[in-house]
Design a protein. Structure first.
Length: 623
């Protein structure tokens, strides 16, 4: 066994021989690896045997281990589930993991609502909704929804649907909504339509087409030709989509086909979705932490992480090779399917083998295309930073750039934004917003001064915390190489003032970006700096400015909406936090509360007839 610290040796000597998960930490306390084992003692001790038996990646891991903790469970299946949850939560550096897995979008159908809406979300929670995905492209999801809405015409508004509204919105007029708000479609008919939409997303179009054809014939027999024509158009739109779906098999099985491509440490998994014998879609996923891992281990980790979030698990999964822990993963997938069996197959010949081959070829092509794109993007980022370095006469490229902006309407709900770009790329984890506290009225200059003072006070505090070894917020603990304030010469003077107060004028270069002509005003320079038109340096500055502006507006709207909500409900005598929450949960929004009757309001606990009257009178005052 290789030499280990006394602390680690003590842990190795006391490890239990039961199944469970082990969690490895580095010297900073950060989780760097999570694993599972049938026998914790045997598995964890194996990391510290002769280093010649370990891969380069594992040797690097072992060199960083400063502490190990473990969690004992009752079975190998429980260990697998716990391992997946811990990897998803902590994203350890040395584990194989889906890149940006928390950000994948889903199509969400709010099935628990009497008249469900359909939308895009990045949150997959148990709230009674139906989810479809995950997908890798938000753009592709919105394209799908555009198509779905033309076929199924679901609602997108926040109205409380009673069927008694005086008039429908514009979407009904342009045939993008069935107008349940004015009773043009019953709840039963609307939910049937949404159920068809769900089946469509699952690739089960035959039952929909059969039912719609029967409905069209029935409407024609009853001389409801207008309604029959609407159903006919719906049938034609669905058939047009089905025609583009490649027929893979006549067996009508549901299959997912998984293949892997690797190149210089990068790994791409391609997955084909076959439903009812038709290829209805495909997605690719990039995985991190795959260096030195075997193909079967990468695919096993992908399967666990993908199906932990996926909206459905098929009858069979076609794979390019055997998995070491296939039995326990299948057991878990069976559980995911409510007890129905899932089969792993490694086809050796025939159509299924061709499918795996086709998925592999697609994975290779996708990875090559992505690498070309990454190389081009990296070159542009390096070029942009080099151009800024030269233009600003810096010793090094400005690898950390911070940009600040202020957003308000006539001084109300003012918010300052801080965005951070590292190596020319936005790091959204480091973004921060500042609700303006000390400024009254529309004074952007004073607001900017407040934001910068708060930012650098937090930097000062971080330096003090570092000295005692405590964790610090990376948003504030590191100084920028370049600080940009949106607002030109006026805002530049405020940033210079704040940097002088903190003794950072010689450390941090600041620049004021003029809103017109995109000129950079610099300290001690009478004339502004004009970056070359169409240069990568200018494009980067524009992108940073636009991102700061977007982030500020988003935060301002959120604050304004919250304050408006608070001001309208919380100013009503007798309405406290509990009653406000009950009202919004029951009626969905402030508009929904306003449209409710006094009798409906009184159905909520604690709402008396007098209070119901006061609520409606207050909310509808002046309208």
């Amino acid at each position: 066994m290789t030499s280990v610290s006394e602390h680690i040796q003590g842990i190795l000597d006391t490890l239990p021989t039961k199944p469970g998960c082990y969690i490895m930490h580095n010297a900073d306390g950060k989780i760097i690896y999570v694993g599972k084992a049938i026998n914790l003692r045997s598995r964890v001790r194996s990391y510290f045997h002769s280093s010649s038996d370990l891969t380069l990646k594992t040797r690097r891991l072992v060199a960083e281990i400063a502490d190990i903790e473990w969690i004992v469970v009752d079975s190998e299946l429980e260990a697998l589930i716990l391992e997946m949850n811990l990897i998803k939560k902590h994203l350890p550096q040395y584990n194989v993991r889906l890149k940006d897995d928390k950000r994948y979008p889903f199509v969400k159908v709010e099935w628990a609502d009497p008249f469900p809406k359909v939308l895009v979300t990045r949150e997959h929670v148990q709230d009674g909704s139906r989810y479809f995905g995950p997908y890798t492209s938000v753009w592709a999801v919105h394209q799908t929804l555009d198509l779905l809405r033309k076929i199924f015409q679901y609602r997108s508004c926040d109205r409380v649907i009673t069927g008694e509204d005086e008039r429908a919105c514009l979407y009904y007029d342009i045939k993008l909504c069935t107008a349940p708000c004015i009773g043009k479609i019953s709840q039963e008919e609307y939910r049937q339509m949404i159920d068809d939409l769900c089946k469509f997303l699952e690739g089960r179009t035959d039952p929909i087409l059969n039912r719609l054809k029967e409905q069209m014939a029935s409407e024609s027999e009853q001389l409801n030709y207008e309604k029959a024509a609407v159903v006919r158009d719906q049938i034609m739109a669905i058939e047009k989509v089905v025609e583009r779906q490649k027929i893979i098999s006549n067996a009508h099985l549901d299959s997912d086909v998984i293949a892997l491509a690797r190149s210089n440490g990068d790994s791409c998994v391609q997955i084909f979705f076959v439903r009812n014998g038709r290829l209805i879609g495909r997605e690719y996923f990039i995985l991190e932490g795959t260096e030195g891992e075997e193909d079967r281990e990468i695919i096993a980790q992908f399967i666990k992480q993908f199906y932990a979030e996926a909206s459905s698990v098929p009858d069979e999964v076609l794979l390019p090779n055997e998995l070491e822990e296939a039995v326990i993963i299948q057991q878990w997938l069976n559980q995911q399917r409510g007890g129905q069996k899932v089969h792993f197959r490694i086809p050796q010949r025939g159509g299924k083998r061709d499918l795996v081959k086709m998925a592999t070829e697609n994975a290779v092509e996708t990875l090559e295309a992505l690498k070309t794109q990454w190389a081009a993007d990296t070159h542009k980022q390096s070029q942009a930073l080099s151009e800024l370095q030269a233009a600003l006469k810096l010793k090094e490229p400005p690898n950390r750039i911070e940009c600040y902006d202020i957003s308000n309407i006539q001084g109300t709900a003012a918010v300052g934004s801080m965005v951070v770009f590292e190596q020319g790329v936005p790091n959204k984890k480091l973004y921060r917003k500042f609700n303006i506290k000390t400024v009254s009225g529309p004074d952007d200059f004073a607001s900017m001064e407040e934001v910068l003072e708060r930012r650098f006070k937090r930097w000062q505090a971080a330096q003090e915390i570092k000295e005692v070894g405590a964790k610090v917020d990376p948003s504030f603990s590191i100084l920028p190489d370049l600080l940009i304030v949106d607002g030109g010469k006026g805002q530049l003077s405020r940033s210079i003032k704040v940097l002088d107060e903190f003794g950072l004028s010689d450390t941090v270069l600041t620049a004021g970006l003029a809103k017109e002509n995109e000129l950079l005003f610099l300290p001690g320079k009478d004339l502004p700096l004009e970056l070359a038109r169409k240069s990568q340096g200018l494009f980067l500055v524009q992108r940073i400015r636009d991102e700061a502006h977007r982030f500020a507006i988003t935060a301002h709207r959120a604050r304004r909406g919250k304050e408006r909500l608070v001001s309208r409900l919380d100013q009503i005598p007798g309405i406290g936090p509990a009653r406000k929450k009950a009202l919004l949960v029951r009626f969905g929004s402030l508009t929904g509360v306003k449209k409710a009757s006094e009798q409906e309001l009184c159905e909520l606990p604690g709402i008396t007839p007098q209070l119901a009257h006061d609520i409606l009178e207050s909310l509808n005052k002046g309208e």
